[in-house]
Write a protein that binds this ligand. Structure first.
Ligand SMILES: [Zn+2]
Length: 278
C-alpha cells in the first residue's frame, strides 16, 4: 500500500482503495500534511455501519480510514484534509488534533460490560467469550480490570499496512502514532488495552520482522528473568510489568526470551515462566 499524489491510499498495483467521502470534515490540515496518526475503535458492530454513519451529517464525526473486521479499508477523506475524529484533544502543547492528524477507525466494540450472563457491547449486543480479553486500561485506576473485544488479525494487518504507507509518505515519527485515549484521556478509552499500540508501532516502523512475534510481561510485581528454565536457576533481573520480550524457545512452561529495549534492540537473554507473558 502507498499514498498517491492526491493523498489517497492505493494498493501496490496503484488501484485506489474504496473511497467514500464524508460530509463531516474538509478544510486543509495545518501545514497541509498530517504530523500525527491517531488510532480509534468504532464502538460499533461493523466497518460498513460506521461508514454509513460517517456519511450522515448528523453524526458530526468521521475519520480518514475505516477498517472492517475482514481488513477491508474505506477511505473517507484525503490525508491532506481534516476529518472529525479527535474532538477536544491535546498532546505535548498541540491542541485540537483534528487539524494535525490522520484518524483511523477500526471496527470493534471496545469496552464491554457483563449483563445477564454474557459480555455485551454498549448497545446490549452479546460478544462471545472467544472474542473477549480482560485487561486493565492505562487511564483507569490500577485495580480495575475490564472486558474488551479483541481485534481481528486481518484488521491489524490492514491497519499496519495503511499506517506504514501514511507515516512513510508524510514522515510521521513513531512517537506521533497515538491512541485517542492518549490525546483525550479523560473522555476516551479507544483503542484501549486490547490494541497493543507498542507492538503496532513496531510493525508499522518495520521492526517486527527482526524478531518475529513479541510478547509482554504481565505481572504487577514484575517477573524474574532467570539463567535457566526453573526457579532453581538464579535470577538475572526482575522484568517490570509491560516489558517487551522476544520468545526464542521453550522448555515445559518456561520460555527463553530476549528483552527488547525502547527502540526494539535485543538486550538481556534468559528464561521466564510463560504464565506471565501475554
Ligand atoms: Zn476515538
Amino acid at each position: 500500500m502507498k499514498v498517491n499524489a492526491t493523498h489517497r491510499l492505493v494498493g501496490n498495483d496503484n488501484r485506489q482503495m474504496a473511497y467514500d467521502e464524508t460530509p463531516n470534515g474538509g478544510g486543509g490540515l495545518y501545514g497541509g500534511v498530517p504530523r500525527f496518526l491517531i488510532i480509534h475503535y468504532t464502538a460499533g458492530a461493523s466497518g460498513s455501519g460506521t461508514v454509513s454513519w460517517f456519511n450522515n451529517p448528523a453524526a458530526k464525526a468521521s475519520a480518514h480510514l475505516v477498517v472492517d473486521h475482514n481488513g477491508a479499508i474505506t477511505q473517507m477523506m484525503s490525508f491532506d484534509r481534516i476529518a472529525w475524529h479527535a474532538g477536544r484533544s491535546s498532546w505535548k502543547g498541540v491542541d485540537g488534533l483534528n487539524s494535525h492528524s490522520v484518524g483511523i477507525e477500526i471496527a470493534n466494540w471496545g469496552l464491554l460490560h457483563g449483563a445477564h450472563g454474557a459480555w455485551r457491547s454498549w448497545t446490549g449486543t452479546i460478544v462471545p467469550d472467544s472474542r473477549v480479553v480482560l485487561r486493565r486500561h492505562k487511564n483507569f485506576e490500577p485495580s480495575r480490570i475490564n472486558a474488551w473485544e479483541i481485534f481481528d488479525e486481518d484488521q491489524i494487518d490492514a491497519t499496519v499496512a495503511a499506517a506504514a504507507a501514511i507515516v512513510s509518505r508524510y514522515g510521521i515519527p513513531e512517537e506521533n502514532v497515538l491512541g485517542h485515549d492518549d490525546i483525550a484521556p479523560i473522555r476516551k478509552q479507544d483503542p484501549g488495552p486490547a490494541f497493543d499500540l507498542n507492538a503496532f508501532r513496531a510493525k508499522v516502523f518495520g521492526r517486527a520482522e527482526d524478531f518475529g512475534t513479541t510478547m509482554r510481561v504481565h505481572s504487577a510485581t514484575g517477573l524474574n528473568l532467570r539463567k535457566g528454565p526453573g526457579t532453581t536457576f538464579a535470577a538475572i533481573v526482575s522484568l517490570p510489568d509491560g516489558t517487551l520480550v522476544a520468545p526464542m524457545g521453550s522448555d515445559g512452561g518456561w520460555v527463553e526470551v530476549t528483552t527488547l529495549n525502547a527502540v526494539g534492540q535485543h538486550d538481556k537473554t534468559g528464561w521466564v515462566h510463560g504464565n506471565w507473558l501475554v
